[in-house]
Design a protein around this ligand. Structure first.
Ligand code: GLN
Length: 391
């Protein structure tokens, strides 16, 4: 054994392989319907594919400018102004990233140093804590309780210290599907005013929000926006998560630091795809219709699994539906997710994966960004499984 191995100290000793890789891997291995990792199983708009091809054939295959191509940043500025009534300067305040995950990592890396505390809410998307830890920051966890997962802002206030550098929020929320209210943002305003605390707002599901609710973006609050990195995702909005394309908005001074990190993480994002999105964004109808498109899928899936012992948690946004199964079994959620994948042929994510102590509330997360036919097949398999089990 080379000597360096005995001296090698993991920078993330508690971190294993992400649950999305594990569950998708198992689903593929056993041929299960994959409702675990969040991605659509249908094609994105044909027009988008043609546009990418056109731009590739035009020769737009070399590095994009580090912050992203100008026309795409301009379209984003227009969209931001029209939806959230706030102006972001495409030159200095908008950067195109290689997906939301890169944007989150670049934002954290650009401002978090050793010992800086970052408040995150659990269940938390699984890249948050490791991104903080790789920068020697300290995640400070606030646990949200099912079924509502409401934030107790008084409890948050108590956790604020001299070392608090950032608060991370996520709405619509992955994995729970809850959304922040206008009052939540008011509370956040009052906690951060007169402080140096920064905000990282993960809003990748901004357009997927149900039952007539409005997405509460930090962009709509000047007081929050002036201290925020706000992260968005083309993959979620245009049904192509594998294209790994997103963007980040932040005031110029923060964005200057963000770009210092971004340029050495990926340098720049995929060129022809940026040109294609710049064209697509001229038609807001696509993203404005997303809420109805996904609400129909949520309702269809929920109706289909109504007769199973899976109890639906209210889902107000994102393309995830959480269900609790504690009336059926007290198996650990990870074990039950694996058994459902193997025996029912339907894969889900155990929600304990989103807690640093793997809290087990007997909750699974299903992704309903699927063809209706896929959802029907999955529901049939689940019905069959529970019928067999109850015999
Ligand atoms: N965002 C996706 C989800 O929550 C997973 C993305 C990934 O696998 N990194 O399922």
């Amino acid at each position: 054994m080379p000597t360096y191995l005995s001296h090698l100290k993991s920078k993330l000793p508690q971190t294993g392989t992400t649950i999305f890789t594990i569950m998708s891997g198992l689903a593929n291995e056993v041929g299960a319907i994959n409702l675990s990792q969040g991605f659509p199983d249908f094609l994105c708009d044909e027009k988008l594919i043609k546009l990418v091809e056109q731009f590739m054939r035009k020769g737009l295959n070399q590095y994009a400018p580090m912050p992203g191509i100008v026309p795409l940043r301009e379209r984003i500025a227009e969209k931001t102004e029209s939806l959230y009534k706030t102006k972001y300067n495409p030159d200095t305040e908008i950067t195109i990233t290689a997906g939301g995950t890169e944007a989150i990592y670049a934002a954290i890396t650009s401002v978090i140093s050793e010992g800086d505390e970052v408040i995150i809410f659990e269940p938390a998307y699984d890249c948050y804590a490791p991104s903080i830890e790789l920068n020697k920051g300290v995640p400070i966890y606030v646990e949200l309780q099912p079924p509502d997962y409401l934030i107790d802002w008084q409890a948050v206030k108590k956790l604020i210290s001299q070392r608090t550098k950032m608060i991370m929020i996520n709405s619509p929320h992955n994995p729970t599907g809850t959304v922040l209210s206008a009052n939540d943002l008011k509370q956040l305003e009052s906690i951060t005013q007169n402080s140096d605390i920064l905000i990282l707002s993960d809003e990748v599901y901004e357009h997927i929000i149900f039952d007539g609710r409005q997405h509460q973006s930090v962009l709509a609050s000047p007081q929050l926006a002036e201290r925020s990195f706000v992260v968005f995702s083309f993959g979620k909005t245009y049904h192509n998560t594998g294209w790994k394309m997103g963007y980040c908005l932040a005031p110029a001074e923060l964005m200057k630091e963000f770009r210092k990190a971004h340029q050495f993480i990926v340098f720049s994002a995929n060129t022809p795809i940026q040109y294609a999105f710049a064209e697509m964004m001229k038609e807001p109808a696509h993203y404005l219709g997303l809420k109805d498109f996904y609400q129909q899928k949520r309702d269809a899936f929920n109706a289909l699994i109504k007769e199973t012992p899976l109890a639906l948690k209210p889902a107000s946004g994102s393309y995830f539906q959480c269900v609790s199964y504690d009336s059926f079994t007290d198996e650990k959620d990870y074990d039950f997710a694996v058994r459902l994948t193997r025996e029912a042929g339907v894969a889900a994510i155990p929600v304990s994966a989103f807690y640093h102590h793997s809290n087990d509330y007997k909750m699974l997360r299903f992704c309903f960004a699927k063809e209706n036919e896929t959802l029907e097949k999955a529901a049939e398999r689940l019905m069959e499984f529970f019928k067999k089990e109850s015999r």
